[in-house]
Design a protein around this ligand. Structure first.
Ligand code: PEP
Ligand code: MN
Length: 245
């Protein structure tokens, strides 16, 4: 997220299209230290406002335990990014909380390693864990990462935890996002996390893989239809999200 107006506009657009949670990064793990690093606490305020206006719970990436105390006041779901999947101190700290954790698969992590990282959260008594496949590093360079569709049925077989896919980081290209989102739902995924921006060409992070709101709405229609074939449906928003644990 970049600004108050950008996140509020995006929040309303995705809500209208059928999204049931809002993900915004305020502490961004950028490859270069000179790239935009996120708005920090100011960004958390804007996300809280977006939640207030739309009813969507907010999902925010945490990069370090030093951010935990501040973020506990705002977020509904902690995202642990690919780069921190094996930050065991961070996982232990989140395992002590009772907030949902969205754990992304590491850039080159095996499924077993992902599950062992989830175990760090569960061992601390936090049972609210969502697993997220986001593509893995392979020799292929046509896409940012290679979507491991196999991981979805494998994870569903090995664990009771919900499994979602992030087709934005998995492909790195807005043009391919909807196809892989459809494939994920057909493969049994419980949800999707998709990057959306009102003006992707001018986004300060990941614009190439961000969908315009109208493309997102089109994608939601398609995945809804596939979900139905699979005997699933997109869940409504639960308004009663507890904040401030
Ligand atoms: C993100 O979700 O914006 C992100 C940085 O993803 P990942 O950790 O999967 O690279
Ligand atoms: Mn991103």
């Amino acid at each position: 997220m970049e600004s108050r107006s950008q996140i509020l506009e995006t929040a309303h657009a995705v809500r209208e299209a059928g999204a049931n949670a809002l993900r915004g990064g305020v502490f961004k793990p950028r490859t270069s230290p000179y790239s935009f690093q996120g708005l920090g606490e100011e960004g958390l305020e804007y996300l809280a406002e977006a939640r207030e206006q739309t009813g969507m719970p907010i999902v925010v990436e945490i990069m370090s335990q030093t951010q935990l105390e501040l973020m506990l006041n705002y977020v509904d779901v902690f995202q642990v990014g690919a780069r921190n999947m094996q930050n065991f101190n961070l996982l232990r700290a989140l395992g002590e909380t009772r907030k949902t954790v969205l754990l992304k698969r590491g850039l080159s992590a095996t499924i077993e390693e992902l599950l062992m990282s989830a175990e760090y959260l569960l061992a601390g008594g936090n049972k609210q864990v969502i697993l997220c496949e986001r593509g893995i590093r392979t020799f292929e360079t046509s896409t940012r990462n290679t979507t491991d569709i196999n991981a979805i049925p494998v994870l569903k077989h090995l664990t009771h935890l919900p499994v979602i896919l992030d087709p934005s980081h998995a492909t790195g290209h807005a043009d391919y996002v909807a196809a892989i989102a459809r494939a994920a739902i057909a493969a049994g995924a419980d949800g999707l996390m998709v990057e959306v921006h009102p003006d992707p060409a001018h986004a300060v992070s990941d614009g190439k893989q961000s969908l315009k709101p109208e493309k997102f709405a089109e994608m939601v229609k398609q995945v809804k239809a596939i979900a139905e074939v699979m005997g699933r449906r997109i869940a409504p928003i639960r308004k009663s999200v507890a904040v401030g644990w």
